[in-house]
Design a protein around this ligand. Structure first.
Ligand code: NAD
Length: 471
């Protein structure tokens, strides 16, 4: 997609990459628990609420995947399914991390797989096995016995079938965003992860951004006091990309024809969920949602798509701007927005407000109680020395050189491999994958029901109030 970062300008030595690995091991410090409940109880279920999907019973053999460490891997044998724009971009980042060996790649377009294979051989590794024999050839890939971790970067409809196949074949899996598009799919990944004891990670790169990790450190240090409100969004003008006859233009416009809600919730929501300690003392409870009318795609098409194109027969359903409000079980609120069809500057909001201060991104600014100058935003420079996240301190230079989304893509890959090699629990687990993806179907349900509240299932089946060792 248009967020795709250009290929690395500079090479990165493996020695440099590993240099930070040991130092960053200290990062795996335990997560602080969210303080005592902000609200005494969850509001009782009301007749006007959209009913929650039934919580499937937990089979007796199942147990939770919260805080479960990976087994240690001296090196991580990686396979990639989907070697389009995102798959190749992230593959480049993985190849710069010490201890990664790419063994297999799959794509339905042989040329795309071949381009990805060249990245692997250019990095000095043996040519990976290629699976390009149709849309179910990934099933042969996941059956190989030389893969530890499968990274999935395909169109949304394939995410869950591929994640499930990988886990059932005994592999950990990391899936691009959103991981799932229906509540049934959310439950499917939870059940299969618990049954197979394999992790299903949401590859939410925005959680590894410089500002996001800085703010996370500040939250954990109590700099904002008790958090009460957050704001998150994906506001990105994708109109040109959505009408292209290649890459995401081939599939990403389709959901706009049949769905109306927040189609892409996780880039903004993931970091705020981290600040709030979601599944580590709090949980999303319900949301209400409403959409504006659809204008953007129709108007853009009229002005830019040649007459006679079959695209002119399409009818778009998805409102241009979707706004949801999420209430957490602890009583806190999150504003969540989605707009990919308006001429607006890029924005993920990335805002939090607590009893001792507030942060707002785009551009990054901060106000902590008592700051000089009164109630005005301040630059964040004054807090960087104290709160910069060790991942950025240790490998930030390398991350910036590689450049994927300003460095956050490398930090994500580096941290994923670090957890696998050192036998740490992943930063996000299958419950996060399900809960961060769930606002898509829940916002659709709420919009379709006159903005009635739609309740989140408890994907942890009650384990959300406990602690976790996530970094
Ligand atoms: N985290 C981020 O910043 C970010 C950025 C861009 C895209 N994404 C996500 O990454 C995913 C891929 O997006 P993209 O931009 O690379 O799209 P893309 O269209 O460029 O690539 C998708 C690839 O999947 C392949 N594919 C489709 N069906 C397949 C199948 N059955 N088996 C194997 N390969 C198959 C396609 O041929 C294509 O090469 C999407 O989920 C998207 O939302 C995330």
């Amino acid at each position: 997609m248009s967020e795709e970062a250009p290929p690395s300008a500079g090479g990165v030595s493996r020695r440099a990459a590993i240099a930070g690995l040991g130092a960053a091991a200290a990062l795996a410090a335990g997560r602080t628990l969210v303080p005592a409940p902000l609200l005494a109880s969850t509001p009782a279920w009301r007749a006007d609420l959209v009913p929650p999907a039934a919580t499937p019973p937990s089979a007796s053999a199942q147990s939770r995947m919260l805080g479960v460490p990976f087994e240690k891997h001296e090196r991580v044998r990686l396979a990639v399914i989907g070697t389009g724009l995102r798959g190749r971009s992230v593959l480049r980042e993985f190849l710069a991390v010490e201890g990664v060996q790419v063994t297999a790649l799959a794509d339905i377009v042989p040329d795309k797989a071949a381009r990805a294979a060249k990245l692997v051989t250019d990095a000095g590794q043996a040519a990976p096995a290629l699976y390009t024999n149709g849309e179910r050839d990934f099933e042969r890939l996941v059956a190989r016995d030389d893969i530890d971790f499968v990274y999935v970067a395909t169109p949304w409809e394939w995410h869950v079938p591929m994640a499930v196949a990988a886990m059932r074949a005994g592999k950990h899996v990391g899936v691009e965003v959103p991981v799932a598009t229906t509540l049934e799919e959310c439950w499917q990944i939870v059940d299969v992860s618990e049954q197979t004891r394999r992790h299903c990670l949401i590859m939410e790169n925005c959680c590894y951004g410089y500002n996001e990790l800085l703010v996370l450190n500040m939250v954990r240090a109590g700099a904002f006091g008790q958090l009460k409100h957050g704001e998150a969004a994906y506001i990105h003008d994708l109109r040109r990309l959505l009408f292209e006859d290649k890459d995401e233009g081939l599939w990403r416009r389709t959901p706009h024809l049949s769905r109306d809600g927040n189609l892409y919730p996780t880039h903004g929501l993931g970091p705020v969920a981290q600040y709030f300690g979601i599944h580590r003392g709090d949980r999303f409870d319900y949301l209400v949602s409403m959409s504006t009318p659809e204008f953007g795609l129709t108007e853009y098409r009229r002005e830019h798509v040649p007459a006679g194109s079959p695209k002119h027969a399409e009818q778009y359903r998805c409102g241009d701007l979707n706004t949801s409000l999420i209430k957490t079980v602890q009583g806190r609120t999150i504003l969540l927005q989605h707009d990919v069809v308006s001429p607006r500057p890029y924005d993920r909001l990335n805002m939090i407000s607590g009893t001792k201060g507030a942060f707002r991104d785009y551009p990054a600014r901060l106000y902590l109680e008592g700051m000089a100058g009164g109630e005005r935003w301040n630059p964040i420079d004054s807090v960087k020395a104290q709160y910069e996240h060790p991942l950025w301190t240790n490998v930030g230079e390398l991350a910036r050189k590689l450049g994927g989304h300003g460095g956050m893509d490398f930090i994500m890959c580096y941290r994923t491999i670090q957890c696998l090699r050192e036998g740490l629990p992943p930063d996000f687990d299958v419950y996060d994958a399900a809960a961060w993806s769930a606002p898509a179907p829940l916002s659709e349900a709420s919009v379709a029901n006159g903005s009635a509240p739609a309740r989140f299932p408890d994907f942890t089946r009650g384990a959300w109030a406990g602690t976790s060792s996530t970094g």
